[in-house]
Design a protein around this ligand. Sequence first.
Ligand SMILES: NC(=O)c1ccc[n+]([C@@H]2O[C@H](COP(=O)([O-])OP(=O)(O)OC[C@H]3O[C@@H](n4cnc5c(N)ncnc54)[C@H](OP(=O)(O)O)[C@@H]3O)[C@@H](O)[C@H]2O)c1
Length: 254
Amino acid sequence: MEVAEITSGDYGKPTWCINCAAYTQVDKAEVEKDKAMAVNGLAPGYIGRACSMAGIKLLHVSTDFVFDGESESPYTEDQHPNPIGVYGRSKRQGEEAVMASGAHSLICRTSWLYGPHGNSFPRTMIKAWEAGKQLRVVSDQIGTPTYTRDLARVLVDMIVKDPEPGFYHAAGPDIVSWHEFAVDAIRIHAQQVIGSDESIKVTPITTADWPTPAKRPKYSALSFEKTAALGIQPMRHLPAALADFVKRQAATGR
Ligand SMILES: NC(=O)c1ccc[n+]([C@@H]2O[C@H](COP(=O)([O-])OP(=O)(O)OC[C@H]3O[C@@H](n4cnc5c(N)ncnc54)[C@H](OP(=O)(O)O)[C@@H]3O)[C@@H](O)[C@H]2O)c1
């Protein structure tokens, strides 16, 4: 969307602008640096300036990948970002651009998104399991899976609360590895959709066993405490959120 459209009146005069747009291909960003920086690093600043001039408040979505993964407890908003890849650096640049734009802004960092629309990690795992593939999944990267329907609710709650500008974390309450996330998703799918209680075989592997172009934080769980202190309810626990995800996937035949 052209930034000017936000303020031109084409959509009426919004009170808030929510910027979810991003270049999100973490590995490809390592070779498409300029594109990632333009979309994630520069564009949020243009949006912020347009919002500032029009008196529109801005909710900007950012990521756990702004952190280096060296923490051993959930990242709070006041911890120092230190991204380790192009995607994370581009998103961090976008955060700084929003903060410098003069807009009244909430920067909401989230993590490990999955939802009923589009591709997602649990969907890929379930499809691979259904196809009878041997699954090997990384067990030494830890994070907080976040269900998009719950994130949407929290973002609306944030707008309703309209707290002071700054950084807020919005992620699910459970801290798991990709391996645990895969097993949970497949188990719930097997129980709910095919009525099977069979044990789920997914082989845990290390990051070194699964090399990728982009380095990823080994621990990127986000703390929800500051956001909860606004009076916003935490998101559902992983089993309940995955149960809803599986139900909606099954209903759409995806
Ligand atoms: N996925 C995750 O696990 C995760 C984790 C933490 C944070 N986040 C953040 O959450 C937000 C949403 O991520 P997502 O995973 O839902 O991403 P997504 O599915 O890739 O969606 C990104 C959206 O951005 C739009 N977009 C990309 N480049 C654009 C451009 N140049 N101009 C206008 N629109 C553009 C895309 O439009 P088209 O569909 O038309 O291409 C798409 O609708 C992002 O800010 C991301 O950094 C994601």
